[in-house]
Structures are given as C-alpha cells and as structure tokens.
Design a protein around this ligand. Structure first.
Ligand SMILES: NC(=O)c1ccc[n+]([C@@H]2O[C@H](COP(=O)([O-])OP(=O)(O)OC[C@H]3O[C@@H](n4cnc5c(N)ncnc54)[C@H](OP(=O)(O)O)[C@@H]3O)[C@@H](O)[C@H]2O)c1
Length: 355
C-alpha cells in the first residue's frame, strides 16, 4: 500500500485489516506513521523513484494499492506534480511487476472523467472537454494513461479507482476536499458558490478499493462516489450540522478569483498555505457530478452525503485545522457528535501530532 499515511490510504489500510488481509505500508522517511503502528501494520521506507527500494517493499505481495500522490492546487509546479503523480506511478508499477505483484489498484480521481456546465452526472466513459483543468487534474489524467499502458505492457492487472470529493478523517495535512468544509466554516460571510460536486466518505472509498481489488476488471476504471449535490445544499447541510448560520452569499466568478488572488499573495507573505487558490476559483460553477453504477454492480454502496459530511465534521471540528474561535461558535448536531464514536480513540488522541 503506497500512500498509507494519507486520508484515503489510512482508511484503505483499516478496511484491509478489518477484512483480515495482511498489509504492508510503504512510507517516506518524513511520513507520520503512528496510526499504522497502532494498527500493527508493518511499514517499509522507500521513495517512489527508488526502484530497488520499491521492489524490495513489494516482494511477496499479491496486490499493490497505489494511493500515493500529491493532491494540491498550490505550492508545486506542474513538473513537481508530474514527478509525484505520473513518474511516481510509473516507478511503482514497474517495481510491482519486477516483484511479481499480480494486481494493482491505482487511485486516480473523478476529475479524469471531466466536469459539466450543467447539473448532469458523468460516468467512466466521459473525458474532460474544453474546460479549464488545474495542473493536478492534468497529472491525474496522465497517471491513468501511464497505469493502463504499463499494465498492458508488463502483464499487470491494473484496475483504476476514481474517487470523487472525499471527506472524512483522520486527515493530518488537510487535503483540499476537507479544506472546502473548513473554509466555509471559517468564512465569516459563509459564502457558497454555483455548481456542485459529488460527496463521498473516505470509508466508502476505502471499501470501494477492496471491491476493485477483489472483483474489478483489469483495464477498467470505476468511479467511487456518493451523492451529487449543489454547493449550496452542501453548505446548507454543513451549517445545519454545525448549528450555525449560512450560507449568506453566493460568490461570483470575479469575486472568487479576486479573493483567491488576495489569499495567494497573503500566503506568499506569511509562508502559509492559502485558504483558496485561483486554480480552484477557475473551476467554480462547474458540476463535478458522477454516477457510480459500475462500482455498484460489484457491491459498492456508499452512505448518504449527509452522513459522510457529519462524520467528516465530527473529525474536523476537533482537529487543529479549525481555529478555536470558530469552534466556539458551533452548536454541533447529534449526528456530528455521535459520529465521534466511529473514530478509534488511538487515532483521536494522535490528531494534530504527526511526525
Ligand atoms: N481527497 C480527495 O478528495 C481525493 C479525491 C479523488 C482522488 N484522490 C486521490 O486519492 C489519493 C490519496 O489522496 P489523499 O486525499 O489521501 O491525499 P493525502 O492525504 O495528501 O495523501 C497522500 C499520500 O501520498 C503520499 N505521497 C505523496 N507524495 C509522495 C511521494 N512523492 N512519494 C511517496 N508518497 C507520497 C503521502 O505521504 P506522506 O504522508 O509522506 O506525505 C500520503 O500518504 C491520491 O491519488 C489523490 O489524487 C483524493
């Protein structure tokens, strides 16, 4: 399992453990591994570019879950994203083939199926059109192409998972999907935006990965999503679950772009990540809506979006990602507080103390 320390990877490791599989986590020297140790998962240190290290790590494994990638809209050039997401996938698959791995589940993204101008759900047969694509989207598309081509060339059974907007915890670094919820709660104007997206729980995406490993067809990709909602519905639900007001306003393209520009400038001055980016502002108004019938035919059954949001908020509201002043103003719905029980104490105690 590469990317075993990430939001998605952590849940895939847990799902594999629960299903009785033996898992080995491939991590970097800098990775936060305490939750893997808590699960009793052996870890091996190797960089994605280190063929011999990867090959040794994969020896004796039947299946590789390649979940490692950089999911970011800021702070990295296209070349750096390509190195991690595309060259990293090439290296992982080559090492997997050399180590005798039979099957590889590659974590891609629904963005490789494009987005729509109106409220229309897309499927695995869809591709991006003429719309603006942030560098991250481009590298995920290239990653898929490399994975399928290498699978055919090296005789690996490659199945591609395409999660939508994944929410949940634990999320040590606050990935852009969870950041959308935090950003809304920290915005004093509680601004919503036009368009929509597909919300899915990290736990359901993890179960989807297991299903694809067991029953997915080689050479195929599968969308792993939840419900398609307008952003306004998502924000209204977050407000309701957190007992707070809003949304009060809906951003226009120009306003969103100007706010993102200011956030990026501020971030350059403070050396902190921007709360929003121009790349994200440029995707505003699009519908990232998807169907998951193909995965459903294998048994994939995600929870409702409201529950996914409640569980994600249950983790986020007590994480270091939400400032105390914002937390103090929330009156959490029982659906949120009850979902705290779903997070093991050990992981809870370690929130915010990676390293
Ligand atoms: N979150 C979403 O909404 C979403 C949606 C669709 C698809 N995805 C995909 O799901 C996968 C996991 O994303 P995530 O949301 O779980 O992000 P994440 O929490 O940032 O996890 C990324 C993982 O990849 C590892 N990684 C990154 N660069 C690496 C490198 N150069 N070498 C080795 N490991 C590296 C990280 O290791 P460290 O801990 O050492 O940094 C971490 O384990 C990615 O492929 C992403 O594109 C995510």
């Amino acid at each position: 399992m590469t990317g075993a320390t990430g939001l998605v990877g952590t849940q895939v490791v847990r799902a594999l453990h629960s299903a009785g599989h033996e898992v080995r986590g491939l991590v970097r020297r800098s990775s936060a591994t305490q939750h893997l140790r808590a699960l009793g998962t052996p870890v091996v240190c190797a960089e994605l570019g280190d063929h011999d290290g990867l090959r040794a790590a994969f020896e004796g494994c039947d299946t590789l879950f390649h979940c490692a990638a950089v999911y970011a809209y800021w702070g990295l050039t296209r070349e750096e994203l390509t190195r991690a997401n595309v060259a990293g996938t090439r290296g992982a698959l080559q090492a997997a083939a050399a180590a005798g791995v039979r099957r590889v589940v590659v974590t891609s993204s629904s963005v490789t199926c494009g987005s729509s101008a109106g409220p229309v759900a897309r499927d695995e047969g869809s591709l991006p059109g003429e719309e603006y694509l942030p560098d991250y989207f481009v590298t995920k598309t290239e990653q898929e192409q490399v994975a399928f081509a290498l699978g055919a060339e090296l005789g690996l059974e490659v199945v591609v998972a395409c999660p939508t907007i994944v929410v949940g915890g634990p999320d040590w670094r606050l990935v852009p999907s969870n950041a959308l919820l935090v950003r809304y709660l920290t915005d004093r104007f509680r601004t919503s935006f036009p368009g929509g997206c597909n919300i899915v729980s990290a736990r359901d995406v993890a179960q989807g990965h297991l299903l694809l490993a067991e029953r997915g067809s080689a050479g195929e990709r599968y969308l792993l999503g939840g419900e398609n909602w307008a952003w306004r519905t998502i924000h209204q639900t977050v407000s309701e679950l957190c007992g707070t007001h809003g949304p009060w306003a809906t951003a226009t393209h120009t306003a969103a772009y100007l706010v993102a520009t200011a956030a990026e400038v501020r971030s350059l001055l403070t050396a902190q990540s921007p709360s929003t980016t121009r790349a994200e502002a440029r995707t505003m108004g699009r519908y990232y809506w998807y169907r998951h019938d193909k995965a459903a035919a294998l048994g994939y059954a995600p929870r409702p979006a409201r529950q996914a949001l409640a569980e994600a908020l249950g983790w986020l509201v007590t994480s270091p990602h939400l400032p105390d002043r914002v937390r103090a103003g929330l009156r959490l719905h029982p659906e949120v507080t009850d979902s705290r029980d779903l997070i093991p104490r050990l992981l809870d105690g370690e929130a915010g103390t990676p390293g």
